[in-house]
Design a protein around this ligand. Structure first.
Ligand code: NAD
Length: 481
């Protein structure tokens, strides 16, 4: 690995966004922002502390006194302004995601577009919510839960920030966002964009800092009613545990080990490239990545040939190049984590079909890994059970349809799954047997009104559309005697 060196023009971020204004950080700790493509320092961010967080929470609490009483039509108007404001910076947001995170532009741009569209999608979902129901002596209304702490992961930070904030705004909640500390540049571009929406002061607050300081204060603070979190299982568990002290409502979007089932009537020339696209999307640093590929054992040899052939399209290199499919890992730590899983796969007896340990040739200067496919994988091996969060695919053979479903469901995770096959009725039947929050049939697709979230260790609650907004609402019944 190359030595980390400083460039001349580094960006310096020292402010948080609190009560409608950029304010200097009270926290003094400074962290380097490192470009994963070459390990260079491209910026420095001053991290917020508990004081900054408490100021932001106080601003959100003041704003909730008014915004919590807003009508859905007023919220719709604010969501339209947010959509316009964010849309103006799609190029800048994409560039920041490529530079700071190493996201490949062919994925970063659609992710940023989804982020921006989250505001339009929330506006569209608002009329679907039944805000009031009444019968006999009862009137039931949907009430905003209160100040919401929104904590994001680094792999699609802008999407998580927009998605969570759009739902909170739609519900009538005010927010304090803690972006991933590895996404400070992207968060800064986004907050500059959203500032132009001229929101009521205190509706949006953003404090950049560590999970153990800013995040922990949000989880602990009695003035925060709800936490919506995207990240690892371990931190999700700690949020649930620590949030119990102040009875936090929680939405947890956690990890995955998603199965892709290739049915025996699938056309391998189509199914395999589709499956590889789902495995290696966002350089494998995707919670929904289809990292377990289940193929019929009597077609294993043909599947292997199709995989070797299709892996030629999974090119690795400069993420700014639109032809590149896999960029660097976000950090040296993530690089090493992926390497350790590749080693573990080999030690446990899986066979490397493509890729393997080390850097791809000519890409030694960044956190690049070789897109890797393992065959002869058993579902009880570490590489089939644990989330690697890198471009590593495990191919697992199955005998019957029941066998495929059992292997797919034999995971502590249950976020996402895919079924590929020609007979649509059969593919639907298999999909309906999978214990995951989403199943896609015959290709990766999205719908911003369809719920997103996990069964089992993949999380608690749902985001997107009306399901996402409802996660920020409480029901209140008024009964007349
Ligand atoms: P992480 O859990 O390390 O961090 C996520 C966020 O939590 C960061 O902002 C971090 O600062 C904060 N945090 C850390 N400790 C905290 C604490 N004690 N209290 C409060 N906040 C704390 O996760 P990561 O490495 O940033 O992201 C990768 C993980 O996210 C993967 O497991 C991936 O599967 C998951 N993920 C899930 C989804 C989904 O929609 N289900 C989407 C993307 C990523």
């Amino acid at each position: 690995m190359n030595a980390i060196t400083k460039t001349d023009a580094i960006k310096t971020l020292t402010a948080h966004y609190i009560d409608g204004a950029f304010v200097e950080s009270h926290g003094r700790e400074v962290r380097d922002i490192i470009r994963p493509t070459d390990g260079r320092v491209i910026g420095q961010v001053t991290l917020g502390d508990e004081d900054d967080t408490r100021r932001a929470i106080a601003a959100a609490k003041r704003a909730f006194a008014t915004y919590g009483k807003s009508k859905p039509e007023e919220r719709a108007e604010i969501l339209r302004r947010l959509h316009r404001a964010a849309s103006a910076r799609i190029d800048d947001l994409t560039a920041a995601m490529v530079d700071e995170y190493g996201g490949v532009v062919q994925f970063a741009r659609p992710i940023v577009e989804s982020a921006v569209n989250a505001f339009a999608a929330a506006e569209k979902a608002l009329p679907e919510i039944q805000w009031t129901r009444s019968w006999d002596k009862a009137i039931v209304t949907m009430e905003p839960v209160g100040v919401s702490g929104l904590i994001t992961a680094w792999n699609a930070n802008a999407l998580f920030m927009c998605l969570k904030f759009a739902s909170a705004v739609g519900a009538g909640c005010t927010a304090v966002i803690k972006p991933s500390e590895m996404s400070s540049l992207q968060a800064r571009v986004l907050v500059e964009a959203l500032h132009e929406a001229k929101l009521p002061n205190g509706l949006l607050n953003i404090v950049t800092g560590l999970g153990t300081t800013v995040g922990a204060e949000l989880v602990r603070n009695p003035d925060v009613a709800k936490i919506s979190f995207t990240g690892s299982v371990a931190v999700g568990q700690s949020i649930m545990r620590d949030g119990a002290a102040t009875m936090k409502r929680v939405t947890l979007e956690l990890g995955g080990k998603s199965p892709t089932i290739v049915l025996d009537d699938a056309d391998l020339d189509q199914a395999i490239p589709t499956a590889l696209g789902m495995a290696f999307m966002n350089s494998g640093q995707a919670c929904a990545a289809g990292t377990r590929l289940l193929v019929p054992s009597n077609q294993l040899d043909a599947a292997k040939r199709a995989i070797v052939n299709a892996m030629r399209a999974i090119t690795v290199g400069d993420p700014a190049d639109p032809k590149i499919a896999v960029g660097p890992m976000v950090s040296q730590k993530q690089y090493e984590r992926v390497q350790s899983y590749i080693r573990k796969g080999i030690e446990e007896g899986a066979e490397v079909l493509v890729g393997g340990e080390g850097h791809p040739q000519g890409l030694e200067a960044g956190y690049f890994v070789k897109p890797t496919v393992f065959v002869n994988v058993k579902n009880d091996m570490t590489i089939a059970r644990e989330e690697i969060f890198g471009p590593v695919l495990s191919v697992i053979a199955y005998d019957t349809e029941d066998d495929a479903v059992a292997i797919a469901n034999d995971s502590r995770y249950g976020l996402h799954a895919a079924v590929l096959g020609t007979d649509l009725a059969r593919a639907r039947r298999v999909a309906s047997r999978l214990r995951t929050g989403r199943v896609v049939i015959n290709g990766m697709t999205d719908d911003p009104q369809a719920p997103w979230g996990g069964f089992k260790y993949s999380g608690v609650g749902r985001e997107y559309g009306r399901y996402g907004i409802e996660a920020y609402l409480e029901t209140r019944a008024i009964l007349e005697g």
